[in-house]
Design a protein around this ligand. Structure first.
Ligand code: ATP
Length: 436
């Protein structure tokens, strides 16, 4: 029996993954089948609180091998590979509804949804919800088709995310271990040893997005007043509990391992005919207008793509990544990944591959007059010149020199703190040998 929920938290408190630990504890008379799933959905939806994450758990009667995947108080959380039978749907609905009502921040804008179902929705629902904006009616129709029960509080928009999380059948997956704080510490500054976090990349090679080596800051510690102490992400689930223990910190109140679509690029639309706002794309193109820095410190350049010209933006929070973008010149060929914003209509860059660098030349002097040999003066636009002595007009012919490029062909991405949860970091992409 699948249990999924979303939209329980607010910007100032709670976290839907914490509710997952409460559900696991409350339903410990049933067995957990597989890993709890933390599923990130379309990062462009305007009504997300933070990372547009939804949760899905599966309960049953465990059989075969099991492993420890967490600790909540005295409870060692075990996950079973297979299930021999389902708990009662109504019983699970009733017990989880109570928890949802207890923990949801409905007084602070949350619009929670809970879905309980003996079978998951079509995987198509996941792919639509991770890449587009999906109307709730469409989701409700799919839930009726599969015989799911749903609880909607304060509008119940969360059923969209919950159903999509349940619909996820991983093609690619990563894992995250989340460590939580004791309740009395929620909202206070977190105590986590930065040096231990800095060492994670080297000690646990499958982990990623741990530490910002330029800003010299841990990236595993949230800044919101939520119950999470830190979260470590990686490809090899067996490394994560040890990685967690290697970080000295205030006491860890509870911890749990999640399977996730974080770091997979599942949100990126690769085959498209036109670019539509509220979705993220892989776009090939040629730089046609040099990068310009606009007020606020954002850097904008124009790319010619198969669907026409589009402005691409490296926003201020992407920090040193803007320095890379500033090095591009007209003629450079790129592959760009990013979300298309509606207003201003820009492709918000998540990473780029510089495929081919153009020859960059700079004018050294104006041409000489073809009639009298005297140096000509520029007429302004269009590369036209006029001879100062005889008045002859001519276009082009100026002397230029090659400007050495301060950038190489290859991949570039923003620093850890400016990355999306679902974006595939280059560390992971290159380790897997994936081409763009
Ligand atoms: P957190 O990351 O802290 O859990 P959040 O960023 O996930 O918070 P939510 O509070 O879950 O934010 O809000 C996201 C809302 O958007 C949910 O109600 C979810 O159902 C809905 N939603 C998610 N993806 C889509 C989509 N593609 N189309 C329409 N609605 C969506």
């Amino acid at each position: 029996m699948y249990v999924a929920f979303d939209d329980t938290d607010s910007v100032t408190s709670m976290c839907t993954t914490f509710l997952a630990t409460e559900v696991v504890r409350a339903l410990s008379d049933h067995d957990l089948i597989g890993y709890p799933r933390l599923v990130r959905l379309n990062p462009s939806v305007p009504w997300k609180t933070r990372g547009n994450g939804a949760l899905c758990l599966r309960f049953g009667k465990g059989s075969g091998a099991s492993s420890v995947i967490g600790q909540i108080g005295d409870l060692k959380v075990r996950s079973h590979r297979r299930s021999l039978g389902d708990p009662d749907q109504d019983e699970l609905m009733e017990r989880c509804s109570r928890l949802l009502r207890l923990w949801s921040r409905t007084q602070e804008d949350a619009s929670p949804g809970l879905v309980v179902s003996p079978s998951p929705p079509s995987p198509r629902l996941y792919w639509r919800t991770v890449r587009e904006v999906v109307p709730k009616e469409e989701v409700m129709e799919e839930l009726r088709r599969i015989g799911a029960s749903a609880l909607e509080l304060s509008g119940g928009r969360g059923v969209i995310g919950a159903s999509a999380a349940m619909a996820w059948r991983p093609r690619d997956r990563t894992y995250e271990v989340l460590a939580y704080r004791a309740k009395e510490r929620w909202g206070t500054p977190r105590q986590v040893m930065p040096q231990d976090v800095e060492r994670l990349d080297a000690r646990f090679p499958s982990t990623f997005n741990n530490y910002d080596h330029v800003a010299r800051r841990p990236a595993i510690v949230p800044h919101s007043p939520c119950p999470i102490l830190f979260g470590i992400r990686g490809d090899d689930v067996s490394e994560l509990p040890e990685a967690m223990r290697s970080v000295s910190s205030e006491p860890v109140d509870r911890w749990l391992l999640f399977m996730s679509n974080q770091g997979t690029d599942d949100h990126i639309v690769r085959r498209w005919r036109e670019l539509r706002p509220w979705s993220s794309y892989r776009v090939e193109g040629e730089v046609v207008r040099a990068p310009a820095t606009i007020p606020g410190g954002h850097v904008i350049l124009r790319l010619r793509t198969k669907a026409g010209e589009v402005d691409c933006a490296a926003y201020e929070p992407s920090k040193e990544f803007r320095g890379v973008v500033r090095q591009l010149v007209p003629g450079d060929l790129l592959v760009a990944f990013g979300e298309l914003r509606e207003r201003p209509r820009t492709l918000n860059l998540e990473k780029i591959e510089v495929v081919a660098l153009a020859e960059h030349r700079r004018k050294v002097s104006n041409p000489a007059c073809p009639d009298c040999g005297k140096a000509m003066g520029s007429m302004g636009r269009g590369g036209w010149y006029r001879c100062k002595r005889c008045g002859r007009k001519a276009q082009g012919g100026e002397r230029t020199e090659l400007v050495p490029r301060a950038i190489e062909e290859g991949w570039y991405e923003p620093p850890v703190r400016a990355r999306r949860h679902i974006s595939m970091p280059l560390k992971r992409q290159l380790a897997r040998g994936l081409r763009s």
